[in-house]
Design a protein around this ligand. Structure first.
Ligand code: FES
Length: 155
């Protein structure tokens, strides 16, 4: 049942049970330094206990899972932060939120796969060539790079 709560939301009792940074690290599999980094980037938030220790709501575990998955998909941290901040009241993604976010990130992933596939195919043509010509080599002159620089000679 605990795992069910972790994956699909927290009960009221569990929301009240704040976790230390060490507990979050142990339960999420992340280093304490990674959690501090996420917090410094505004991706997760803590409150201070009476003893001035960081305390996180249990929902931070779900939030950290979303962040890690997005990072694995190559979503930049800034974009992850924007997506999380766009949620109402900065809430931890619900199942519906996750569906929407993951669909968007899937589209981004498809686009990156298309770009990388095109780059790999171009690299195939360059292997064994070595001209590195601005006029001829597709990797040296990606798309309309020359056109964007305007008319005239390019070096
Ligand atoms: S190195 Fe010659 S075409 Fe790219």
């Amino acid at each position: 049942m605990k795992q069910h709560d972790d994956a699909h939301g927290d009960s009221m009792a569990e929301l009240a049970a704040d976790l230390s940074v060490g507990e979050v690290a142990r339960r999420s599999g992340l280093a304490v330094s990674a959690l501090h980094f996420y917090e410094a980037r505004g991706l997760i938030a803590s409150v201070r206990s009476a003893g001035n220790q960081r305390r996180y709501p249990r929902s931070v575990l779900r939030r950290v899972s979303v962040i890690k998955i997005a990072q694995r998909m190559g979503v930049p941290l800034a974009a992850i932060g924007e997506a999380l901040q766009a949620l109402p009241s900065g809430r931890t993604p619900t199942v519906a939120d996750w569906r929407r976010l993951s669909e968007r990130w899937r589209e981004d992933l498809d686009e990156r796969i298309r770009t990388l596939t095109a780059l790999r195919d171009q690299l195939d043509g360059c292997i064994g060539c070595g001209c590195l010509s601005l006029k001829v080599c597709p990797l040296r002159n990606a798309q309309d790079a020359l056109a964007q620089e305007g008319p005239g000679p390019h070096f």
